[in-house]
Design a protein around this ligand. Sequence first.
Ligand code: GCW
Length: 654
Amino acid sequence: MKPGAIFYTMLALVCVACGADKPAGESCAIAAEYLAEHYPGTVSLDIDTADTALSVPDAFRVRREADGSARVTSPSEAGLLYGACALVRMSAQDGTAPLDTVEVPAYSLRVLNHWDNLDGTVERGYAGRSIWKWDELPDKISPQYADYAMRCAEVGINGAVLNNVNASPRILSSDYLEKVKAIADVLRPYGIRTYLSVNFASPMALDSLPTADPLDPAVRRWWSDKADEIYDLIPDFGGFLVKANSEGQPGPCDFGRSHAEGANMLAEALRPHGGIVMWRAFVYSPADADRAKQAYLEFQPLDGSFADNVILQIKNGPVDFQPREPYSPLFGAMPATPQMAELQITQEYLGHSNHVAYLAPMWQEFFSYVDPASLVAVAGVANVGDSECLTGNPVADANWYAFGRMAWNPRLSPAQIADEWTARSLYADAASVPDSVRAAVRDMLLASREAVVDYMMPLGLHHLFAFGHHYGPEPWCDVPGARPDWLPRYYHRADRVGIGFDRTSGGSNAVAQYPDSLYALFNNIDSCPEEFLLWFHHAPWTHRMRSGRTLWDELCYAYDRGVRTVDGFIPVWEAARPYLKPGVYEAMAPRLRTQAADARWWRDACLLYFAQFSRMPLPAGIEAPSRTLEEYMKVQLPISNFECPSDSLLNLYR
Ligand code: GCW
């Protein structure tokens, strides 16, 4: 055993504030154990409430001496745990040079949203079944809960909403609350508070109240009694996440009340206990012909009417987690309302757990438009399940990691996060990896999200997905009776003249929801950033792009570039093979082949389909499609949530 390990073991027994007379706190013990496993020097962990640089409880200071010994200080035990993890992380990057650094998180709330159902399925989850074993709880505690909690703590995630926003009322039944308590007890020492998604009609479903009207006194009493019951079991319970009046979920509008009246009623029930309400702005009642405008139209007028323990949770883009969207204009448009961003870690629209798509560049792009200081919190829709590595494949973990790091510090660069993550999670011995391999793997990660955009929907195209599973291409998709805004044609609007959704002042005027400077930029086809061109404009096929090519040719090249980029991932992976942790090469190699095949499928299906409208030939150098459009149109992926497709599934389109 390393000397350090003995030290930490003893430390774990006596530490907390390093007051030797106090029993060790659980978080401190976890920190000590983590250090024993991952850090070779001796470390002291001390509570420090006097250091003015440590301005919030989760902040920490790490001092490392030339001999590798170190001291971590923080006002809180959770901060000591974060500091211990930071020491390990920083030492993996820069060795043992002397160091004195303070970190203060950008947000006090950095929360995962699990879309996990009580029957063990996970909506848009591609990492197995739910990690929460509701049938076994509260008696049996899966060891995965603590693994999960440690992985959260390593990156500073401090909240978990356990269940799907399409919430079963049963989660608030007394039986389930006992199960929730059991999970909360495991997560607490890792600094994680537990939250629940709630169904707005719970009083009706669980206790047969005749209404869930938020202004009805009996309904208000029901929620306040329920809050009391929860806090009796879980004194540090975080609060509720609510999807209301969206995609069939009940909400205050069902009773003629506003979103604010609904949210405030829940906020009042939680307030005596210090809980919060995260109220989602993901709504698109067809009040306007452009779905991208609807959340703004419904919520912006409510600015200033929410209680102060309500946070409005807004998806990064105005439609729905597409590979690329402009930011949602609701951000910054409600100065009197606390707002938080909802980012999607699970790859619903980016190839599930089959494709490598490192999302830090996407989130960096979001934060380049939305000032991090204008938000009070960040949420990420988790990609966690009960698969052995918890994320379906070992590289998908990079997105969980990146989310946590960016929720802590949105200004971190995707390259730095990639370097940290590969050193921690990918390589068996990071120090032995040749620079050329390290750089190639980093470049692969950094290029991967843009590659997905290219081969799926470049130049501002969006929602070309097959109905339901959101995996393969179906720009032609037509489902009789479906809402038009669930179908790709609503978004791409390809015709003989051109392609794209006219959201300019001459079209749906969604541009008017943006601040003046961006309005002008996006509204003019000549100044609109080309990555958003077809989001905002219905552009002629012959429109001259900045490259000098026609729009049609540029579209073809973009699709083809995506294919070539992912073709290039395969040799990178081969070169990295000798340096990877056991099992990682084998887990990803078939996926990279699937990704390359899927990229061709996307490119060929989309270009063949759009060529019917452009009536222009593929430009020189673009590989001819191997199938006809009719063949691609026959592909039916039979299942809604799947991991790496089996060979038989791939044969459907190869
Ligand atoms: O993108 C859509 C997803 C739904 C999801 C919904 C939401 C949880 O396809 O599966 O439901 O968004 O965010 O509420």
